[in-house]
Design a protein around this ligand. Structure first.
Ligand code: NDP
Length: 246
């Protein structure tokens, strides 16, 4: 029997890219998955696919910028499957561009989705994890936060804010109830470039993704690896990038 059989995993940003691939992989390995994002049609299509393969999945329309939506995502997991073992806070956007462009709207949008969205997930999941006596928070951060390059300042900042929050949470939670994992992917072939408003930056990233990028399933396997560990083993950080990425 798969080690994930019996685990319940909620995933934000599950309508495309890394979140979609993670939902598909974890369900195939026996987990019940609760898929959150704003595009309901995409979530429904994935639920249908997983159920057709004998897996367990439900969709829950979720905008991570709204705290009540995360409360509902967590509640739906518990109502439908009796518990929540893991929350994968994966939803994210990348409004890349030089700081000097002063894209205040883009900065705010990234802070709302990439940081506030993760905090909303933590706020929703922690009480359930405490009640259960166990729980696991996984976030998708980025190598952009590890190797600082121009045009990614605020995006990288949001990812490093999340990494910092998770590390502090880890140190505050040594009673064995909570595990935390930050997964830092390099270039991955997803729809993320579509969220870039600056046309030059969007094309630059698209070209790099065409040149070399991981399949989202590779990141899903890394997330699966962290989740599959026994309860007393915590994989804190995973960096995963194309072998040719500098
Ligand atoms: P995608 O654009 O394919 O996926 C992003 C997901 O986030 C979508 O499911 C989207 O769903 C969801 N999302 C966006 N805004 C919101 C919101 N307000 N509420 C809920 N969901 C939202 O890109 P990726 O799969 O690449 O991105 C997943 C994560 O991986 C992101 O955090 C990204 O920063 C990170 N990452 C990606 C890398 C890459 O090269 N692709 C590299 C490093 C990190 P919907 O629009 O339906 O709401």
């Amino acid at each position: 029997m798969s080690v994930l059989a019996g685990k319940v995993v909620a995933i934000t940003g599950a309508s495309s890219g890394i979140g979609e691939a993670t939902g598909r992989l974890l369900a195939a390995r026996g987990a019940a998955v609760v898929l959150g994002a704003r595009r309901e049609d995409r979530l429904d299509a994935l639920v249908k696919e997983i159920r057709a393969g004998g897996g367990r999945a439900i969709a829950c329309v979720t905008d991570v910028t709204r705290r009540a939506d995360l409360d509902r995502l967590v509640r739906r997991a518990v109502e439908e499957f009796g518990q929540l073992d893991v929350l994968v806070s994966n939803a994210g956007i990348a409004k890349l561009g030089p700081v000097a462009d002063v894209d205040v709207e883009g900065w705010s949008a990234m802070i709302d989705v990439n940081v506030r969205g993760v905090l909303h997930g933590i706020a929703a999941a922690l009480p359930v994890f405490r009640r259960q006596g166990r729980g696991h928070l996984v976030t998708t951060v980025s190598t952009a936060g590890l190797k600082i390059v121009p045009s990614q300042a605020v995006y990288a900042g949001t990812k490093n804010a999340v990494r910092t929050i998770l590390e502090a949470l880890r140190q505050e939670s040594t009673d064995g109830v909570l595990r935390t994992t930050s997964v830092s992917p390099g270039f991955v072939r997803t729809e993320l470039a579509d969220s870039i408003d600056d046309p030059g930056e969007r094309e630059r990233i698209r070209r790099r993704v065409e040149e070399f990028a991981l399949d989202p399933a590779a990141v899903a396997r890394a997330i699966g690896f962290a989740i599959e560990q026994p309860d007393d083993v915590e994989i804190g950080d995973i960096t995963i990038r194309p072998a040719v990425q500098n």
